[in-house]
Ligand binder design. Structure first.
Ligand code: SF4
Ligand code: SF4
Length: 496
């Protein structure tokens, strides 16, 4: 276990003095042989790894024009250097986005540019040797693929895409990360990240139905594998049991119940998260996406709705149709797929829900934008809908809401520090330090407005904050699901 000091919360923003090598020790556990092979990669570092890695890099660059442009375009203007939460929290210069990109770019130059091939020293081109491989493993697992740096780059260079490509190459030569690959394996074979089989899921849902009835006196159902329901809800498996996620699931159930919408969960597609994104593997992303298509067909639903999860929504919004479509068997009058927040917002707009804001009067709220929603996807059919919709839901369900400072929200939002496949205990130092800018922005709104709770719409953000908030002196139950607020405020008809 590595000893580390939690950074001290300061006046935001403070740019740290660089500390070379400060996080060189930070590396996630490497995936074991059986795990690697289970999801289609070599079990350990292969003999001809350099050759294979360069070949893979060539394939990725020729397939993705964007990746090539990102590698060719940087003018070293420095605008991104202080925009990464991991740099702000660790002071390690390799956590400056441009330096992280250069780990990849220098190798790309060496093998794919004329100058790099013939005058490598002159243009800073570098061999992909064992030292470089170690740097890649360490620092491409210190990027949560949040895309914040791309917002500030005059050319929109997206370090997230470069990190994904690097991780795909690492996996291709047999150096995968244990946490992500374990989860991908479980989602592909059992249907969810936690490895919850159907009976455990059914028991959990039954228990939740009893809890809701005890609390409200109303029978609200959480149906599983119900054929011919209108809506298939695909939600992160954390929603089935862990606080604060489960209160979100109860909120979705109450929304469907109050609006008279028929819905079901699926034991085959009991996971919205898709960790294939984090390792840049479209094959693995597709396998998980196909389970959702198969479940929708098997159950005969008309709509697919995703629960609260940032990266699941990024994959669904951007890729579900191409990876697992066409979804021509669904009702084309609704977006395919749809986010639960869009469903709730639409019902609120149409006055189809009765909401009592005073039910949340014991809380003063702020909102954390999920990177994958803010910068990786959209919601609704108006520009900026992904920022408007959650805030409008909060305002409709509580009386006391204060946003954090403008330069820390919406498209400038700071990552929670646990995204991109880094939500693992072997990276806890990185996670705590990477949360620093968000914790500083939170402290400001706590001090200025007496905020007591932070609302989130992403399972990873919720888990990450629950873990790191105590390090900064906040209570772990101060992060709550958006649909927990809705669930608290919704007035159910007792005669039902
Ligand atoms: S994508 Fe996010 S985590 Fe990665 S370098 Fe950019 S700001 Fe840092
Ligand atoms: S902001 Fe863009 S162009 Fe400037 S150094 Fe960073 S990546 Fe390069």
């Amino acid at each position: 276990m590595i000893d580390f000091e939690t950074p001290v919360l300061k006046e935001y923003p403070i740019i740290p003095l660089i500390q070379p090598g400060a996080m060189a020790h930070s590396k996630p556990y490497v995936a074991k042989q059986d795990l690697q092979e289970k999801i289609g990669f070599p079990g350990e570092l292969i003999d001809d790894w350099q050759e294979v890695a360069i070949k893979k890099m060539g394939e990725l660059v020729s397939k993705s024009r964007a990746l090539m442009v990102f590698l060719d375009t940087c003018v070293k203007c420095g605008a991104c250097t202080d925009k990464c939460h991991y740099f702000l929290g660790t002071a390690d210069p390799y956590n400056m986005p441009v330096a992280r990109q250069d780990l990849f770019r220098d190798v790309y130059r060496r093998y794919f540019t004329f100058a790099g091939k013939h005058f490598p020293k002159l243009v800073g081109a570098k061999d992909l040797d064992k030292d470089m491989l170690d740097l890649w493993y360490s620092y491409f697992h210190q990027c949560s693929q949040c895309r914040r740096c791309s917002v500030y780059c005059p050319f929109g260079i997206d370090t997230a895409e470069i990190s994904m490509a690097a991780r795909e190459i690492l996996n291709t030569i047999g150096v995968g990360q244990k946490y992500c690959n374990e989860i991908i394996g479980k989602a592909q074979t059992i249907g969810n990240n936690l490895g919850l089989p159907e009976p455990a899921l059914a028991d959990t849902l039954e228990g939740l139905e009893e809890d809701i009835e005890e609390e409200t006196g109303v029978k609200v159902r959480l149906p599983l594998d119900e054929k011919n329901a209108d809506i298939l809800l695909v939600t992160p498996s954390a929603d089935f049991f862990a606080e604060p996620h489960v209160d979100g699931l109860i909120g979705y159930a109450k929304v469907f119940h109050a609006a008279g919408l028929s819905w079901t969960l699926s034991s085959h597609a009991s996971e919205a998260s898709n960790f294939g994104l984090f390792i840049g593997s479209y094959d693995n992303m597709q396998k998980i996406s196909m389970r959702i298509r198969d479940a929708a067909l098997e159950l005969g639903v008309k709509r697919i709705v995703f629960g609260e999860c940032g990266h699941a929504w990024r994959v669904a919004y951007n890729f579900l149709n191409t990876l697992a479509g066409p979804f021509d068997f669904l009702d084309q009058n609704y977006p395919i797929p749809q986010n639960i927040s869009e469903v709730t917002y639409d019902l609120i707009q149409r006055n189809a829900l009765t909401l009592d804001k005073s039910a949340n009067d014991d809380k003063v709220l702020t909102f954390h934008d999920s990177c994958n929603v803010a910068r990786g996807s959209r919601m609704g059919d108006v520009a900026g809908g992904q920022f408007i919709i959650p805030r409008e839901i909060i305002k409709a369900t509580c009386n006391h809401f204060y946003d954090m400072a403008d330069d820390t929200i919406k498209e400038a939002t700071f990552c929670c520090g646990g995204g991109g496949g880094l939500l693992t205990d072997d990276l806890v130092e990185l996670r705590v330090k990477g949360a620093l800018p968000r914790m500083e922005a939170l402290k400001q709104v706590v001090d200025n407005h007496g905020v007591t709770h932070m609302v989130a719409i992403c399972a990873i953000c919720k888990s990450q904050f629950s873990k790191v908030m105590p390090y900064y002196g906040f209570e772990m139950d101060q992060v709550i699901s958006l649909h927990q607020l809705v669930g608290n405020a919704i007035v159910l008809n007792r005669s039902e």
